[in-house]
Design a protein around this ligand. Structure first.
Ligand SMILES: C[S@@+](CC[C@H](N)C(=O)[O-])C[C@H]1O[C@@H](n2cnc3c(N)ncnc32)[C@H](O)[C@@H]1O
Length: 246
């Protein structure tokens, strides 16, 4: 079990239960951490105050170590929203990477649904498993050390999501795996990949739409309201298409 610890400057860290915690402003005793359970204030031995609370899924995703580039929440939220993924959905994705997207998907399909996630690199799968375990989502995920270009085992799938270098090599497998009306989603950093994916789609896919999600946050106060100076620039192009033919 992990807790989220936030200092006065807003710096965050995830801490394990069951041991004293050494921070840059002194030690917090395990007994004090236990006392506040999931939320409240704790003090170090030097009297510095910290806020402690149960981490949200986004806290986990922001703090986890990232060996591979993850799908940002602005993009995963759009994928979940536009394909109608919810409790009970059956979803296939590749590659797992370090499970940035898998965690968002697993959270959306629980408790009835399942995520089947394909990955070819063992070290990525290992890292992803750790993240899923720590966030309590592993039971909603089946992890496969398999190359998705060799085929998809699942049938009657609601959504297939591809985040890997040659998504077009998995489109024919997606036709066989998807239910009629199911969605195929491609997350591709470059427009060259997106064009090749779209122009080589099997004829069963229709209503194809490519988009980019641009998120700009604002600073809002009594004195002034203006967009923040820094923003996440480009992440990827999202392409949605639907199996509408046999
Ligand atoms: C950019 S990462 C995926 C990141 C992931 N969506 C996330 O949010 O954490 C791409 C992953 O695809 C894996 N991969 C590449 N080709 C693959 C294939 N043919 N089948 C399965 N996984 C593959 C890579 O090893 C890598 O871990």
């Amino acid at each position: 079990v992990k807790k989220l610890l936030i200092d006065r400057q807003g710096k965050r860290q995830l801490v394990k239960e069951g041991e004293d915690l050494h921070t840059h402003s002194g030690v917090i005793k395990e007994a004090d951490l236990k006392k506040v359970k999931y939320s409240g204030q704790v003090e170090t031995h030097t009297g510095k105050k910290f806020t402690i609370m149960e981490p949200s899924l986004i806290d986990f995703i922001e703090k986890m170590q990232k060996r591979a580039q993850i799908v940002y929440p602005k993009d995963s939220a759009t994928i979940i929203g536009l394909t109608g993924i919810g409790s009970g959905s059956k979803v296939v994705e590749a590659g797992t990477g370090v499970a940035g997207l898998t965690m968002m998907l697993a959270n959306a399909v629980r408790p009835e649904g399942k995520i089947y996630t394909y990955e070819i690199r063992e070290e990525h799968q290992k890292e992803a498993r750790k993240h899923l375990e720590e966030s309590g989502l592993l039971e909603h995920v089946e992890m496969k050390l398999q190359n998705i270009y060799d085929g998809i085992d699942e049938k009657e799938v609601d959504v297939v999501i591809l985040d890997l270098p040659e998504p077009w090599d998995a489109s024919d497998h997606a036709v066989k795996a998807l239910k009629f009306g199911g969605y195929l989603v491609c997350y591709a950093p470059s427009i060259e990949q997106t064009k090749k994916f779209v122009t080589s789609l099997p004829r069963q896919f229709q209503e194809t739409q490519t988009m980019e999600i641009i998120l700009r946050t604002w600073e809002v106060s009594e004195q002034r309201c203006r967009p923040n100076t820094r923003m996440i620039g480009h992440t990827a192009f999202l392409t949605f298409t639907r199996k509408m033919g046999e």
